[in-house]
Design a protein around this ligand. Sequence first.
Ligand SMILES: [Zn+2]
Length: 121
Amino acid sequence: MDKAWIKEPTKSQAYKVGVESFMKYASITAVQGTIPCPCLKCCNLKRWACEVVHGHILVHGFLPGYTTWTFHGEEVSSQYDTPYMKKMQSKTQPKNKLNFKVAGAKFIGMLNSISYFSLCG
Ligand SMILES: [Zn+2]
């Protein structure tokens, strides 16, 4: 998916069209009608109804580094290839790593816990 729009000005047409595509993508993973808000103020830490998130992204802007939408159903595998994630992994203790994975799975519902625990075994 093309996410170049994330870096476009919030008032540009490309940005608005991109937000629409994000909303379509993210709404699939909505839980009780709410999704984590990837605007600059909420940083995926708060959940709102899709319409509210839509408004936030248009007004506050989209998190510039959030190009792999792991909180909204996108696979995490590509994220681990980035230097940032490698740095995080090398610094993170196993316990925290588990928490991170569990937190991610809670949101995306895609973690295969059996394969994860067998890797740890
Ligand atoms: Zn927000």
